[in-house]
Design a protein around this ligand. Sequence first.
Ligand code: ADP
Length: 472
Amino acid sequence: MTEKQSTENLYPPKILVIDDEKVIREGCHEVLTQEGYEAILAENGELGLKMIEEAHFDVILLDLMMPGLSGFDVLLNVKALHPDTSIIVITGYATIENSIEAMKNGAFDFIPKPFSPDQLRVVVSKAIEHTGALKDIANEKSRMRVLINLLANGVMVTDAEKKVVLANPAFMKIMGFKGDDIIGRPFTVLIKNEQLQQMIESALSMTEDVLTELTEELDIGEDGEDKKAIYVVKCRPFADRVDRNLGTITVLSDITYLKEINQRQSDFVSMVAHEIRSPMNSVMAQMKVVQDGLAGDVTQKQGEILGRASEKINGLVSLSTELLNMASKDQVDFHQPKAQAKGIQLKLEPFPDLPPVLANKQNMEEVLSNLIANAINYTPGKGKITVAAHPEKHHLCISVSDTGLGIAEEDLDRIFDRFYRVKNEKTRYIIGTGLGLPIVKSIVEAHDGIIWVESKLDLGSTFYVSIPFATS
Ligand code: ADP
């Protein structure tokens, strides 16, 4: 509002009066300038048109019946040159049909001669309001265009017919599109990535009762480029006032850098955990050799000292099992509200007394968090999820079981692949990236462990993670 007023104060509306009758021109001039408008006069069509070619007017008062170039010719030219100018045709009673014809050709309103100053004021102020609204829309559009073009994020909009309505330079760059104008062409000309195409297709096929946002992490890049970038892709349909799907908006944000930092951190942590395990085991083994007297006699005092040192090392190692137990509890607590919201019973079986494993707490939290989140996501309401741990010969085995959708046999091997997601009617609107399980697998393997799944379609799944005991 403030902005609009200030623009109006800065530039008073400019009105051109084209009429061959001097008395009309001068009458209009007086009324309009009194109203604070800038009024400019032209005595015939030719002169008027010349002025219109040179300047922009907010409103034109145009006499239809003039000798020479007719008002109709001027009208058509104005519409072509300045579609946002409002035209009011001035006409005599006898030519009412002409006024209607003028309206059909884009005139905003008409005012029959003779008219009073008040009639003129009313019709002009209506026209100014109309022009103002058109200007606001045009300004808003131009502001949006500049903003979208400046964004580092890729933005693309399609209509319901799958045609591109807008694509900013960042989006074109990400897609490696070097062709001509893409506007009005099918989005598949611009987007070659199949997963992204599928996302847009599913957003377009959403019906009014389920217009939701889809989010995925995809690696997208130019064909033939070795190093692809990872993007968070958000795609959502937009609707008209009666909720009909009008098209989609897709936004890409580059998260390659974050992924790299994350990966480096977890590689480092895994490496440290891994590197500590063997020397610790070796220290323990060597101390045992000394303690058992295999390296010569050990006095009672020396035995006690060695005993205390072993305890400390054991304590350090066993701390990790404690942490694992705590991590499981934390994760079950963390996911509890989401499970409850879906009517799912999420339970942690108490951990039995276990020999120590050496694991990184943060990593294990990530493993459990992913498995529990998946169990909740892929279990329709009223199910049950159990997190448990039990010892096996040389391993600690943690399991996360659910009574959810289950996984078909042909998908079982593939769900640990990057970006693989089971696609069917039931999983269609479950949002995910297909990156959870591959990350879980790489963490487990960095701890010398293994992960596997047992599942029956429609009955549920159990994911097992097995990590070796520290002293094995
Ligand atoms: P996301 O869940 O983000 O799609 P994941 O890598 O975590 O990615 O999982 C890959 C796929 O494995 C999922 O898309 C889903 O189809 C399937 N899946 C994972 N966990 C379960 C589960 N507990 N029950 C049924 N299907 C699952």
